[in-house]
Ligand binder design. Structure first.
Ligand SMILES: CC(C)(COP(=O)(O)OP(=O)(O)OC[C@H]1O[C@@H](n2cnc3c(N)ncnc32)[C@H](O)[C@@H]1OP(=O)(O)O)[C@@H](O)C(=O)NCCC(=O)NCCS
Length: 179
């Protein structure tokens, strides 16, 4: 559990993190940490501003114990999150980025990239050899971010979303990404 016990793992401080995991320095004043139950209403509020088919509260709640559910915080406010997990796959475990969003007023300053990178570090530490995600074919900001971080298109999934839009399935080889 993330609440009680040892408490959330603080994952970033400027400088320390760059040296620890090879990812970029976080934007000034932004930290990334494991989610806590108390964050879920903020996460849900951001989710509703970002998606036409937002996840319900219970969906986020079901991932509370996942090491790959991280939030970005700025001046005490949750400004974004990534939800990811790992599924066993015959010795080549598959990480899955299931949700990623940044509050509109915190976009364009590197928070999405930081969350994605920290999510990938977490998935790698959990044993993922490959990471996949689905993205709307028309979601240029997200496509650009994923391409830039190293995801490659694998296939197009027709009418993946409830409104009929296709998804692009994208994949990233974790070893190649780390080296
Ligand atoms: C996609 C999203 C998470 C990006 O978050 P962000 O914090 O604004 O992204 P960053 O500032 O870290 O930008 C990283 C890269 O993303 C791309 N990007 C971000 N915003 C972009 C935009 N408006 N247009 C084109 N590319 C963009 C760029 O490649 C950028 O790199 P650069 O700064 O070197 O140009 C954010 O736009 C968002 O929450 N969108 C709504 C939810 C969503 O679509 N989630 C993804 C679901 S698959």
């Amino acid at each position: 559990m993330t609440e009680g016990g040892a408490g959330p793992e603080r994952e970033t401080t400027r400088g320390e993190t760059a040296a620890d995991d090879g990812t970029a320095d976080p934007p000034a004043g932004v930290t990334v940490r494991r989610v806590e139950r108390a964050d879920l209403l903020d996460v849900l509020r951001i989710e509703k501003t970002c998606f036409t088919e937002p996840w319900p509260y219970t969906a986020f709640e079901s991932f509370l114990d996942e090491p790959g559910f991280l939030v970005a915080e700025r001046e005490g406010d949750v400004v974004g999150y990534v939800v990811s997990d790992v599924m066993p796959n015959h010795g080549r475990d598959i990480g899955h980025i299931k949700d990623l969003a940044v509050a509109p007023d915190a976009r364009g300053m590197g928070v999405g990239r930081l969350l994605l990178q920290r999510g990938l570090v977490s998935l790698s530490l959990s044993g993922a050899a490959v990471v996949k995600l689905e993205v709307r074919v028309g979601n240029e900001p997200a496509l650009s971010l994923y391409r830039d971080v190293g995801f490659e298109p694998a296939r197009r999934v027709p009418a993946y979303y409830a409104d009929g839009e296709d998804a692009l399935l994208m994949v990233l080889d974790v070893d190649a990404w780390r080296n």
